[in-house]
Ligand binder design. Structure first.
Ligand SMILES: [Zn+2]
Length: 115
């Protein structure tokens, strides 16, 4: 995006115990705010309630991972899906080979009849 007013490290922000938010002075006179829950939810945009400016908060999400998120946003785990399309022809050839081998190895066997 690159539309941030500024990028601020979390160490440079102040902690508001009462509201449970980190804040940083906004040029409009108000202040940017971001909650611990937002940080835990990998959000890094602090907003100013009085104007449209936003800042990007530089922080380590691992420092906040124990914090319960303060909204119900679905954080779906990235599931690595195996791409089995790429070797289709190869697999088919391998399959035919296997079938050939299977046929070759289909030698008559002595079947011992168990009476
Ligand atoms: Zn502002």
């Amino acid at each position: 995006m690159g539309a941030y007013y500024d990028e601020i490290e979390i160490e440079d922000m102040a902690w508001d115990e009462e509201k449970g938010v980190f804040h940083y002075p906004c040029p409009c006179g108000d202040r940017f705010e971001i909650s611990r829950g937002q940080l835990a939810n990998y959000e890094d945009i602090a907003t100013c309630p009085s104007c449209s400016l936003i800042i990007r908060v530089i922080y380590d999400p691992l420092d906040f991972e124990d914090e319960p998120p303060d909204d119900d946003e679905d954080v779906t785990a990235l599931e690595e899906e195996q791409d089995d399309d790429k070797s289709d022809s190869d697999e088919e050839a391998t399959f035919k080979d296997a079938m050939d081998r299977l046929r070759i190895s289909e030698e008559p066997r002595l079947v011992i009849a168990t009476a």
